[in-house]
Write a protein that binds this ligand. Structure first.
Ligand code: PLP
Length: 410
């Protein structure tokens, strides 16, 4: 480990055996010699070396700090804290969630390798696997989120990676992480899980057998919609020997400022995610009883097709994202109705984000999933009457009052 781990600071190192909630507040690099109680922000590109011998060693081992594309203390603290919360040996931070997936594939795969991925994953993730990686000879087959038989049937001798996201955006379909891990390992492949929606507060994929966890830190980890961030968590050997060399060469590193913001936010992650999930369940129940609503997608509702699996896998909660379908006669009417509900709100934010303390309302078919072809959208089940809500921390009644403006005048 880094020389900085025995910096000899007061109350350092931390006692062994601390629990997850404590690690969310306390874990990270040792404080600097000034003994700051809150993590310092290291906005510096380069680090001054004491002498040539030390510089030579640090550049060779890449452990201590030389240049911020290689490593930065603010970024390291974020990585250590997130790894502790995911129960991972190590983590590596990236500039965005998408660049974490780019790093995953650049690190693990080469031309000729094959990926199996759910067809319900985040829109840009589909684009990345289907189009960009395809250009470099990495082929991806997209399969049903929930039918393990389709995953099994798509496996080839060249399959090296299974990529899953659960629950998905925006239909909240839940896949069985333990079953996918077993399938992957039986074929000598790895399972990576995008844990953006649940965060380690609700779901810890590594404990269920996944090999790697990917995060869009832009969402709940930041939690207040301020910065972009991403990460991969997993075994130290993979993080250090496979992903780190690629990242420091390719350079889509997390900025120290963004790392500092997200590190601070991890301290309140559990409180926020639990409170937002409670709010979401209340809104989901209200929507399900509304006459203008045809269907609500939310894993916390007993009507959800994978409700039992979600409750077992997600700490008994549905998370803080739901979507609902408006009653309409055809696609055109459905789109008009969805735009009416969205445009009638006066409080909720019309934006393309989630995991914020401010509730966000989105029309996926024309925003997050707007770049997909109509065929891809159909395959993913994203209709024109679908509206997504990423519920924040406002009073639930203010959220439902705002939705009622449009729903009552359809
Ligand atoms: C937002 C998101 C991403 C991409 O993250 P960026 O930080 O926007 O690049 C990936 N997966 C999921 C589930 C997301 O919600």
């Amino acid at each position: 480990m880094s020389e900085h781990d025995d910096a000899g600071q007061p109350r350092w190192p931390l006692p062994a055996g601390l629990r997850a909630q404590t690690l969310a507040v306390r874990s990270g690099l040792a404080p600097s010699p000034h003994g700051e109680n809150s993590e310092a922000l290291f906005l510096t590109s380069a680090f001054v070396q004491p002498d040539s011998e030390t510089a030579a060693r640090r550049f060779a081992q890449m452990e201590d700090f030389t240049y911020s594309r290689t490593a930065n203390p603010s970024v390291r603290s974020f990585e250590m804290r997130l790894a502790a919360m995911e129960g991972a040996e190590a983590a590596i931070a990236t500039a965005t969630g998408m660049s974490a997936i780019l790093l995953l594939v650049m690190g693990l795969l080469k031309a000729g390798d094959h990926v199996v991925c759910s067809r319900s994953v985040f829109g840009s993730t589909i684009g990345l696997f289907a189009k960009e990686f395809g250009k470099f000879g990495v082929q991806t087959d997209f399969v049903s989120q929930t039918d393990i038989g389709e995953w099994r049937a798509a496996m080839r001798p060249q399959t090296r990676l299974l990529f899953a996201e659960t629950p998905t955006n925006p239909l909240t379909e839940v896949c069985d992480i333990a079953a996918l891990a077993e399938l992957a390992h039986g074929a000598g492949a790895l399972l990576a899980v995008d844990n953006t929606f649940c965060t380690p507060v609700l779901q810890r994929p590594l404990e269920l057998g996944a090999d790697l966890v990917m995060h869009a830190g832009t969402k709940f980890l930041d939690g207040q919609g301020r910065v972009m961030a991403g990460a991969l968590c997993g075994p130290a050997a993979l993080i250090r020997e496979v992903f780190w060399p690629v990242l420091r060469t390719v350079g889509m590193v997390l900025s120290p400022f963004n790392a500092w913001v997200v590190t601070k936010s991890l301290e309140t992650l559990a409180l926020r995610v639990r409170a937002q999930s409670e709010n979401t369940l209340a809104v989901a129940r209200w929507l399900e009883a509304h006459p203008a609503v045809e269907r609500v997608y939310y894993p916390g509702l007993p009507s959800h097709p994978q409700h039992a699996l979600a409750m077992a896998q997600q700490s008994g909660t549905g998370g803080a994202v739901l979507s609902f379908v408006l009653r309409a006669s055809d696609a055109q009417a459905a789109r008009r109705a969805a735009f009416h509900v969205v445009d009638s709100t006066r409080l909720l934010s019309i934006a393309a984000n989630l995991g914020d303390t401010k509730t966000i309302i989105t029309h996926p078919a024309t925003t997050s999933h707007g770049r997909l072809t109509e065929a891809q959208r159909q395959a993913a089940g994203i209709g024109q009457g679908l509206v997504r809500l990423a519920v924040g921390l406002e009073h639930v009644d203010d959220v439902t009052d705002d939705l009622q403006r449009g729903l009552s005048t359809l």
